[in-house]
Design a protein around this ligand. Structure first.
Ligand SMILES: [Zn+2]
Length: 118
């Protein structure tokens, strides 16, 4: 607790509380101001809250959508390649290039089953 903290948390709020009384502003003006500040805070917090909820649900939805895809694994080294397949993907004589071991292999894909031709 420094002297700055005492000023910031003790003296300044007291000054702000006494400010309307000191400059002669009626209490109903202070009440309207406080009420408006409360309304603004409530609206912005509920907006932020709903945006947060939307982001969370959008992420879950996006992840579930992504899970329907499967990465094709390299038949040589077993690492993931840059190609993905869906449940209904059909490939014939597809040259699969592996960025890890730099091998290219011809594959066939049907019903998520990958067969190597060459
Ligand atoms: Zn590989």
């Amino acid at each position: 607790m420094t002297a700055f903290d005492i000023i910031r948390h003790g003296i300044l709020p007291l000054l702000f509380l006494c400010l309307p009384e000191m400059i002669g502003v009626p209490i109903w003006v202070v009440w309207y101001f406080v009420k408006d500040v409360c309304v603004v805070l409530l609206v912005s917090s509920s907006l932020l809250f709903s945006v947060g909820l939307y982001k969370i649900f959008y992420r879950i939805h996006w992840r579930m959508k992504m899970e329907k895809f499967e990465w094709i694994r390299c038949p040589v080294c077993g690492n993931k390649t840059r190609n993905r397949i869906k449940e209904d993907t059909e490939l014939k004589n597809f040259p699969l290039y592996c960025p890890k071991c730099k091998h290219e292999s011809l594959i066939e894909v049907k019903d998520l089953q990958i067969t190597v031709i060459k």
